[in-house]
Design a protein around this ligand. Structure first.
Ligand code: 1GP
Length: 239
């Protein structure tokens, strides 16, 4: 296991170079679409392709990632909804703990279930604190995890949760409004978290316009994740 992806992110963060990740959900994207999608991601100059989803059927992710790899050189990072989505063909794994929730299944059980596979894996494992912020919709991740999100007004709780994650040894913090969120994570939460952590910050959920993208970066996001807008063919740089 190398730690080149995390190093890349840390170095970019130090140099204030902003990164873009495109999220592909194997449940929503067919294998036939992969060649054209890979080309589109290349044109966007995305730094990473995140792969994962809340409802991906068993076994699909492995084939999806293998196929994707034949069409792109962009590093593929797993962003799994559960341990069955972990596959060796990717470059790295966001080893997520749902810190905003109080459901042990997503705090530690899923992580334990992944160990028999990960013990023999070459995947780079990146400890990541995952924090759900209310995006104004009942997102898939809220339904599946049976947790509640932190209110957009509760900046103190969002910041304290992120800092606790850092103290627990997480290497990245991911602020998530949920896929297809009506409201992306607001500026105050992004800047509040960024000012209080010394590890890179990922922000995603509901970012559909260039203004929202720029806003997330300006307030401290080191990586922005775009899923729905990409699926819907929205030209994020020209909105
Ligand atoms: C979801 O943060 C990602 O986990 C991306 O969200 O699909 O709304 O872009 P969108």
């Amino acid at each position: 296991m190398t730690n080149s992806i995390l190093k890349h992110i840390q170095k970019a963060t130090t140099n204030n170079k902003k990164l873009l990740a495109i999220l592909l959900d194997p449940d929503k994207t067919s294998l036939e679409e992969i060649p054209s999608i890979s080309e589109k991601i290349g044109l966007l100059k995305a730094n990473f392709i995140f792969v994962g989803g809340s409802y991906v059927k068993n076994g699909i992710t492995a084939v999806f990632v293998k196929t994707l790899k034949t069409y792109t050189k962009i590093p593929i990072v797993l962003f799994p909804g559960d341990y069955s989505q972990v596959t060796n063909s990717a470059n790295a794994l966001l080893f997520l703990s749902l810190l905003s929730g109080r459901n042990p299944e997503y705090l530690i059980e899923q992580q334990i279930k992944s160990v028999p596979f990960l013990k023999n894996s070459t995947l780079e494992i990146i400890p990541t604190g995952y924090i759900l912020i209310d995006g104004g919709t009942n997102s898939s991740v809220l339904k599946v995890s049976k947790t509640t999100a932190i209110s957009q007004n509760n900046i103190n709780l969002a910041v304290a949760t992120a800092v606790a994650g850092m103290y627990k040894g997480k290497q990245l913090i991911y602020l998530e409004a949920g896929s297809g969120a009506k409201n992306p994570v607001n500026s105050k939460i992004i800047s509040g978290v960024k000012e209080n952590i010394s590890i890179p910050l990922i922000v995603g959920g509901g970012i559909r316009t260039n203004q929202q993208l720029k806003n997330a970066y300006k307030n401290g996001a080191d990586i922005v994740v775009i899923g729905t807008a990409f699926e819907e063919n929205i030209d994020i740089y020209n909105t």
